[in-house]
Design a protein around this ligand. Structure first.
Ligand code: PLP
Length: 357
């Protein structure tokens, strides 16, 4: 029996998209593949409001995070941390021998531009990493405003993890000055895990030519060389790309981008309202994610018992708090192709289990 996923990745995948995975295979050095690659470029650029190429990684999002710091840092990077994935990016930089510092604030607070002004002015850094929507906390950091600030510093690259926001929350890459914006497909794209996409600016490509070479699989110059031929350097996950083709077409041509973002807003409001009525919301007000809500366990319930009942009696599941927030919080995802009745149904079932009125 399938358990419907209300987890912040992987998310529920529509049967139509699952069917696309069984499409007869095509070879990655053929015109048919070039056509597929070009199609994805057109639609992903529309989705991200960018003219930059969008590279396709056959890896999870962490691979693209690794590509960002191994290709984008010549001098030193500043890793902004207010959640588990910001911390992960710092660890990735450290393990790859990339010179870096971390600036960490409390995890329930958003990172604001004024918090990083001093570091930028110091001239020490030529790249900044930021997680737009930290899935561990449900904080949505103000990337537009941070991007505006970073634009003042010519040699500083802005590297953004939009893993649990992309395709659910609006991101305007070019307007906001984002040099790399990456995401895996198993979140708001509502596709199976295994493929990541990332927009790559000209500035980042130039930098990647100049840095000490650290990686082959995640070499941006190599990916760019093949991108110019509408191909990838390695054999990619072609079934996933075919499913992605169907999904970006559905998102842009059928649902419409604006409607998709509005729907995510409605789902978020519904969960937030419920959370405030019965529990509390972890992040500070004004910076709540549109795709996942991290709810404070003010009633001291056993989150694992709740999830067990959800699975056993209702065939659906939510997520516990991440890492140090386990059982202190729990998370409900409202992203991808989920509908308002789906979310309302889940909340009604939780009320039933917990005896909430
Ligand atoms: N960044 C964020 C914000 C995430 O939510 C996740 C996964 O949940 C990752 C990075 C890592 O993604 P992956 O497991 O696809 O490598």
């Amino acid at each position: 029996m399938h358990n419907k996923l209300f987890t912040p990745g992987p998310t529920e995948v529509r049967p139509e998209l699952l069917n696309e995975l069984s499409h007869p295979q095509i070879h990655h050095r053929t015109d048919e593949f070039v056509e597929l690659y070009d199609f994805l470029q057109v639609y992903l650029k529309k989705l991200l409001f960018t003219d930059n190429p969008v590279f396709i990684f056959t890896s999870s999002s962490t691979g693209a995070m690794e590509a960002a710091v191994t290709n984008g840092v010549k001098k030193r990077c500043l890793n902004l941390v207010n959640g588990a994935f910001g911390e992960r990016w710092h660890e990735i930089a450290l393990m790859n021998g990339v010179p870096c510092d971390k600036m960490e604030i409390e995890w329930d607070k958003a990172i604001k531009p004024e918090m990083i002004e001093e570091q930028l002015e110091s001239g020490k850094y030529d790249a900044i990493t930021l997680v737009f929507n930290d899935t561990s906390t449900g904080v949505l950091n103000p990337i537009k405003e941070i991007g505006e600030l970073i634009k003042k510093y010519d040699d500083v690259l802005f590297l953004v993890d939009a893993v649990s926001a992309m395709a659910g929350t609006e991101i305007r890459i070019d307007e906001w000055g984002i040099d790399m914006c990456l995401a895996g497909l198993q979140k708001a794209f509502a596709l199976p895990a295994g493929l990541a996409v990332a927009s790559v600016s000209e500035r980042l490509l130039k930098r990647s030519e100049e840095v000490e070479k650290r990686s082959y699989y995640f070499s941006l110059p190599l990916m760019y060389k093949y991108h110019k031929k509408s191909q990838t350097p390695v054999t990619p996950s072609i079934p996933q790309m075919i499913a992605l083709k169907r999904q970006v077409k559905d998102i842009i041509d059928n649902e419409g981008l604006e409607n998709r973002f509005l729907r995510h807003g409605e789902l978020a409001s519904c969960v937030q309202e419920w959370a405030l009525k019965y529990f509390d919301i972890y992040p500070e007000t004004g910076y709540w994610s549109q795709t996942v809500t991290c709810i404070v366990n003010t009633r001291g319930i056993s989150v694992s018992d709740l999830n067990r009942k959800l699975v056993e009696d209702y065939n659906c599941m939510i997520a516990d708090g991440y890492g140090k927030l386990k059982n202190k919080c729990f998370r409900i995802a409202h992203m991808g192709d989920m509908t308002l009745p789906d979310i309302k149904g889940l909340l009604a079932v939780i009320n039933d289990i917990l005896g909430l009125e």
